[in-house]
Design a protein around this ligand. Sequence first.
Ligand SMILES: Cc1ncc(COP(=O)(O)O)c(C=O)c1O
Length: 340
Amino acid sequence: MSKDFDWPVGYNDAKERLGERFSRLHLDTKILASHAKPLPNADPVVVPIYHSSTYRFKTIAQFDEANHGSNFVYRRCGNPTTENVEVVINEIEGGAGSLLYNSGLAAINAVFWEFLGAGTHLICMSPIYRPTLQIQQWRLGADISLHSCSKYIGGHTDVIAGVVTVANYDNWKRLKLQQLTTGSSLSPYDAALLTRGLKTLALRMKQISENALEIAKFLESHLKVTRVYYPGLESHPQHKYAKEVMNKFSGMIAFDVGSAENAIKLVESLKLIVHAVSLGGTESLIEHPLSMSHGKQLLRDENGPSVAPGLEIQCWHRKRRGYHWRLEASLGSARMVIRC
Ligand SMILES: Cc1ncc(COP(=O)(O)O)c(C=O)c1O
């Protein structure tokens, strides 16, 4: 890293406005109140989309100041709409700083590139979603936290983005310098969608987690379902640990229906649940990872992991009195109707 490189992390203006009271707020309220410092003489309630690719300089001397006298010089180097999301996510994570990327994989790649050297050992789950790294929060002992914001943070299946939050400001500066020299920053249009998504994140996660637990229990009791994998179920091997580190168990369930053929029939015959990859939006989705996102070659490799031909489902549809969403499927010759 260049010794002269000096770039401050975006500042959460709500902390100044609320003073000491800010630290006593519930996390959900902190997220709602948090926003980056507004530009002088303009204090809109919702941070606007700043789409300018470049910013005016008053003097040549300003260009020579540390950080060119501003976080905003050229869009690849920093953007107020994007910085606002970084401020809010950093508040959720409680880190030293966050950086947004134009996809989850770009975020993962930035971390690999910056911090892994030749001969470094990488421990990850298997099978892995292409080049994915799962790093736990530093409260649990880690230095870096990573999310694909394309999932629950965006929450509406209309944005691809990723975020890295670090516990240490020097590491944030390393990533910032790398980002502005390699060009992996997020567009302000996508950042505006994330700003909106973050406002309902807590409410959505609560509902999604409640739905998923109910559906996981239902699937576990169904005769045609041979195994359900959901950390909120007591039958999950890591349920005890999951309870220690999670308040709720999120919306993703994996389950087996005996064979890949049954699984394919199931996903292809669904009416209400959408057959598509990804998750985290306001639709209920189902996919068959063996044939789709995680790849036949990898899962069928004799030396590879022994993963059953399962299904992944993410649950959103809300249950109301007198209303049941139905998962309808042909399994062999039998017609299966799942109600929950
Ligand atoms: C498990 C997992 N990791 C990483 C990613 C990559 O995220 P992005 O699409 O934002 O690059 C995905 C995307 O579906 C995923 O499912």
